[in-house]
Design a protein around this ligand. Structure first.
Ligand code: IVH
Length: 759
């Protein structure tokens, strides 16, 4: 650190710069301390930096950073806990904000179940603002407790959970295997007492010249920090509580309804929430929500909404799950909290797909117990006061640097700017000029027809895009390489001797390291052990599931679900690549047709006539002579259920872009791609490609698809030579004819149900 200036002589700019440097040094020291084996700061020096940081913050309270080291919860590093793979994934909940969203939730469920009328009951209960915990009992004994983690794998916190009074050590009369799920939280009274105790201890520690402990910002952080203590003795001193509201693996069902299941959990000795009610529909649910909202301040613990669940458990299992949330439950959030503050600057961040995202830098302000200093501004239309359809938002008021703005945050969503106070707008303010060049690489940033976002055209030459792509690549849902997180990626990206500029560089890291004179293990923040651990963690990921690999590439529109659908359809990586290569001419023809159609629409509009869309599409497609095999490959691709031409185009573009393609091929050359799990072999439809057409009478299309997929079938939207079974209901038209022409087996809905019956 450069020579230190007396705090009282610091200018505001100097203070700001120094706080930024301190945040970085202290965070690096934390990483080294927890992750690697060689901390690079002595304890004394660490303490001194932390004290100086606190002192500068005290002198310049408005400069305190959102990532201030003073606020870092003293939680144990996650590396310290063993991993637990959840037998049943721990999911999150979709959100509802308005009353109309609750009505929509009911409508969606009825539509999915094909239950337009008739009774449909829901439970409604407080959404506790804590962290979820899964408790596993075997033969009545608590054997394991795990946090949610990424939903699939959590941390083993068994010893800590045993210290929670609300968590029974034994249960009687329960199924042999019982996983109870619920929320760990801290009451307001316990939270206040804990912070008071930390302050009192700090007074003593300060006198002894020891490192000070940080007060917790809110009860949720306090609960998380306490549960994730490596030393269970510390957790024991922190009064945590637990509400049970759900379950995971069970050796026998608990009941037939949610309400009865909760009552059984209560009988076993779990604490369940008394504000759980049974409601006969949206009106009653909303009434219960209002009642809970009114009592919110007097509950003595934090809640952030109300959770609704379909009461009948047979219907819950028919409804099943989307990628990360159940269809049968939703969280109705309380309204966002609001505060006014000054917009100091607008920064432009460049994302993985080149999107230029404006970020508001705010004078820090407390919104609902959390200090907010950044908010998203979405895109240039939003700044100008228009939504994506061109309609006015905020009464058409634009947002300018220097404005007095109202920010709001709801739950964990990124804070947003809700309003601007024009009466406080500085006289000399100017409309914000959105950049047309990428602020990171100076490439032109363009906004395509119909896209709300302006994007940098630099591709991988743009360092921001390259780093963001790499960060995505090493994320938890992608390659998830232990010891190679977002921070390390940034460090390696800028490294001169051992750079990681594209994903394949990760897999050549060890070989390159052994060639360099300055080995990684001799580097700042690294040691022999941590370098060896990193190389081992990388080796661990040389075998990678197809869907994960595809999602990791960060191709626009190719999300987790699309990647899974594509992997299931093609099974082999090479098959996907070959299909994309073959489909390329048809993809180009499709784009030409899209463009011709758009042009025709504009021209027809100007001339006041009806657009002859079909003609213009056909002409454009015909002008490019596309081979039948190419067309078939393209149709097969976009016929995959859930994959349309948007995903198809984007994939095709990525694979046909020589720079991107070469990078992908280089990466894949270091990997063994694991095909998706062979579908359950006992199912007669496993691995078969099924198409549904016509009207289904006993289930909806969505349910039929979800059910077929859960039995290992691939569901496609169009009939081709690859189709194994066509399930045709009344009114089936061209698909049934095509199937007959191709000799595809065609059955009716009842025959399909008989086929999968009992599975
Ligand atoms: S049910 C499969 N009920 O909210 C659905 N979750 O935003 C399981 N939460 O991860 C969740 N109170 O940690 C449920 N009464 C409640 C809840 C609740 C709090 C948490 C839970 C979940 C998160 C989703």
């Amino acid at each position: 650190m450069s020579a230190e200036i007396d705090i009282f002589k610091l200018t505001e700019q100097q203070a700001r710069d120094e706080l930024a440097r301190l945040a970085e040094s202290l965070s690096e020291a934390n990483t080294a301390y927890h992750g690697a084996d060689a901390p690079d700061l002595s304890d004394a020096e660490y303490d001194r930096l932390k004290r100086r940081n606190a002192a500068i913050e005290a002198a310049f309270p408005n400069l305190k950073r959102s990532d201030s080291p003073s606020d870092q919860v003293g939680a144990a590093p996650s590396e310290g806990f063993g991993k637990v793979t959840h037998a049943v994934a721990m999911l999150s909940l979709g959100n509802a904000f308005e009353d109309s969203d609750v009505q929509d939730f009911d409508d969606r469920i009825r539509k999915y179940l094909g239950l337009e009328t008739g009774a449909l009951a829901y439970t409604a209960e407080p959404k506790i603002d804590g962290l979820s915990l899964s408790l596993r009992y075997e033969n009545g004994h608590l054997v394991q407790a795990a946090t949610r983690g990424d939903g699939a794998v959590g941390e083993n916190v068994t010893e800590n959970a045993r210290t929670i009074a609300d968590v029974p050590q034994h249960v009687t009369g329960a199924p042999d295997v019982l996983e109870v799920r619920g929320e760990v939280y801290m009451s307001h009274a316990d939270f206040d007492a804990l912070n008071a105790r930390i302050e009192a201890e700090n007074a003593v520690r300060a006198a002894e010249g020891k490192r000070l402990n940080t007060r917790f910002a809110n009860p949720r952080n306090a609960a998380a920090g306490s549960l994730r203590q490596l030393d269970a003795a510390i957790t024991r001193l922190r009064p945590l509580r637990f509400f049970a509201y759900a379950w995971g693996e069970l050796s026998a069902p608990l009941a037939e309804t949610q309400m009865e299941a909760i009552q059984r959990l209560k009988k076993f000795g779990f604490v369940t929430n008394d504000l759980t009610a049974l409601c006969d529909g949206p009106e009653a649910m909303i009434a219960h929500y209002r009642m809970i909202e009114q009592r919110r301040a007097t509950l003595g613990y934090d809640i952030d909404g109300v959770v609704y669940k379909v009461d009948r458990l047979d219907l819950q299992s028919r409804l099943g799950f989307r990628a990360t949330t159940p269809r049968w439950a939703v969280a109705h959030k309380f309204p966002a909290e609001l505060a006014w503050t000054r917009l100091e600057a607008i920064d432009i961040q460049v994302g993985r797909t080149g999107a230029l995202s404006p970020v508001a830098r705010l004078t820090p302000v407390t919104v609902g117990g959390v200090v907010v200093s950044n908010a998203t501004l979405h895109n240039e239309d939003y700044i100008e006061g228009r939504d994506s359809k061109g309609a006015e938002i905020r009464g058409g008021k634009d947002i300018r640097i220097g404005d007095w703005v109202q920010v709001y945050r709801a739950g964990d969503v990124i804070p947003k700017v809700a309003d601007v106070d024009l009466s406080k707008r500085p006289d000399d303010s100017e409309p914000f000029a959105f950049p047309t060049l990428c602020p990171e690489c100076d490439s032109v940033a363009v906004r395509e027809e119909g896209d709300a976002v302006r994007r940098c055209t630099g591709g991988l030459i743009c360092p921001a895009q390259a780093v963001e792509k790499l960060r995505h690549f090493v994320g938890r849902k992608t390659f998830d390489i232990e010891g190679l997180g977002a921070k390390q990626i940034e460090m390696f990206y800028d490294d001169e001797t051992l750079p990681i500029r594209e994903p394949s560089d990760i897999f050549t890291l060890e070989a390159r390291d052994s060639e360099t004179l300055t080995r990684l293990k001799n580097r700042h923040g690294w040691g022999e052990q941590s370098a060896a651990n990193l190389f081992a963690a990388i080796d661990d990921k040389r075998r990678i599931p197809f869907a994960r690999l595809l999602f990791s590439l960060g191709i626009r529109h190719v999300g987790e679900v699309a990647a899974k659908d594509l992997a299931l359809h093609y099974s082999e990586w090479d098959a996907l690549v070959a299909a994309l290569d073959l489909a390329r001419p048809a993809a180009l023809a499709n784009r030409a047709a899209d463009e011709a159609e758009a042009k025709e629409r504009v021209a027809a509009n100007a001339e006041g006539r009806r657009a002859r869309i079909k003609d213009s599409r056909d002409r454009a497609e015909l002008s490019l002579d596309v081979a039948a095999e190419s067309r078939a490959a393209w149709d097969d691709l976009i016929g995959i259920d859930g994959i349309g031409s948007t995903v198809g185009q984007s994939l095709s573009d990525a694979m046909a872009n020589p720079v991107e393609r070469a990078a992908i091929d280089r990466l894949v050359s270091h990997l063994t791609v694991i095909p998706p799990d062979a579908p359950a072999s006992e199912s007669p439809v496993a691995g078969k490609t099924v198409v549904f057409t016509g009207t289904l009478e006993q289930m909806t299309r969505a349910e039929a698809k979800a059910r077929a997929e859960s039995l290992g079938a691939k569901v496609s939207g169009s009939v081709s030579g690859k189709t194994d079974i066509l399930v045709a209901g009344p009114g089936a038209g061209s698909k049934a004819k095509k199937a007959a022409d191709l000799g595809v087996e065609t059955i009716d809905e009842q025959a399909w149900l008989d086929l999968i019956e009992g599975l």
